[in-house]
Design a protein around this ligand. Structure first.
Ligand SMILES: NC(=O)c1ccc[n+]([C@@H]2O[C@H](COP(=O)([O-])OP(=O)(O)OC[C@H]3O[C@@H](n4cnc5c(N)ncnc54)[C@H](OP(=O)(O)O)[C@@H]3O)[C@@H](O)[C@H]2O)c1
Length: 309
């Protein structure tokens, strides 16, 4: 039996990273039912306008700036930390991603629940073995994003430390491949296929993942908060179905007529499928069929490329 989801209706919620691919639809959804505040650097006025148009309010602050974070309001019922920076500068990225979450949690320590969105990029490469939460960590995404995996591991560690120091009910959710009508990794693959650009792929094929549709991750957030504990609950967070890059490119090929060109290289991320046991125990199965999710994504973002609908 999954945990009891929290009721977010009418609650005061802080969402960090609101302009990102993953969090923007979350802001859009929860701003309709709750008092949603959002935090980012907001260097572009267009981002401020976009968030305010959704009915959420804006707090402009840099997570790398401890003083700025210490002066934000601290009275949120729930905090959803989606923000991430991968500038490639270790000092800055570790300050924003690692120290930033510590300062944010300390400021918001009265929260009833804190959700930190981590990544399956924290796991060491291990071929086709679905990764369990207790599996070895590693610098998985180094080839493409030098600071990313190390930053995400650092952020998890700071998150656990502060949660336990202050008794903040917390969940760390290691997100796999988020996608939806607003984008996702497979949409980039479609663009590469359209332009004849080779897709890097690990030679240990197929390259398996657990993509999770936006409708599923929005629906699961109250469950993830329901699973929060002061000792910190860590869970994988992906779709219930395992799907490979090869499978989703084959479907894109069927729908568009574009053929994938693969470039086999050991520097590609390689399989990062998840063991779903703990996730299913805590939050239940996801619902969106990946074929339907990808078909819908192409219909929303590039209807002109569809030869079969
Ligand atoms: N996208 C994926 O495929 C994927 C996969 C697994 C896990 N995840 C995780 O999901 C979360 C969201 O990812 P995403 O891809 O949506 O990220 P994204 O598109 O890169 O967006 C990052 C967000 O964080 C904000 N931000 C960046 N640096 C900041 C700073 N120093 N201070 C405050 N805010 C800052 C950005 O706004 P400003 O630039 O205005 O500050 C933006 O709103 C991350 O935790 C990521 O690790 C993503």
């Amino acid at each position: 039996m999954p945990v009891t989801p929290v009721d977010l209706a009418g609650k005061k919620i802080l969402i960090t990273g609101p302009t990102g691919q993953v969090a923007l639809p979350v802001v859009e959804h929860y701003a309709k039912m709750a008092d949603v505040h959002t935090l980012a650097r907001f260097s572009k006025q267009a981002d401020v306008d976009r968030i305010e148009a959704l009915g959420a309010s804006v707090i402009a602050a840099d997570l790398a700036d401890a003083k700025a974070i210490a002066s934000i309001p601290g009275d949120f019922d729930y905090v959803l930390n989606f923000a991430v920076v991968k500038s490639g500068n270790f000092d800055y990225d570790l300050a924003a991603n690692g120290e930033g979450i510590g300062n944010l949690m300390t400021r918001c320590k009265q929260a009833r629940g804190f959700l930190h969105i981590s990544s399956t990029a924290v796991y060491e490469y291990n071929g086709h073995e679905p990764r369990k939460e207790s599996d070895p960590l590693g610098d998985n995404h180094r080839a493409m994003f030098p600071t990313y995996s190390i930053s995400k591991i650092a952020a998890e560690t700071v998150c656990r430390f502060v949660a336990r120091q202050h008794g903040i009910p917390t969940t760390i959710a290691r997100l796999n491949v988020p996608y939806g009508d607003n984008g996702g990794w497979m949409y980039f693959h479609m663009l590469m296929m359209q332009q004849g650009i080779p897709i890097d792929i690990h030679p240990e094929r197929p390259n398996n993942y657990n993509p999770i549709h936006v409708d599923d991750y929005i629906e699961k957030i109250p469950y993830l908060l329901g699973a929060a504990s002061a000792d910190v609950t860590t869970t994988n967070f992906g779709g219930s179905e395992q799907v490979s890059i090869e499978q989703w490119c084959a479907l894109i090929s069927e729908l568009t007529g574009f053929e994938p060109l693969y470039n086999e290289t050991r520097t590609a991320f390689g399989s990062l499928a998840i063991d779903t046991t703990r996730m299913h125990e805590l939050i239940g199965r996801t619902r969106v069929d990946w074929r339907e999710g990808i078909r819908s994504q192409l219909q929303a973002l590039a209807p002109d490329v569809l030869v079969r609908g």
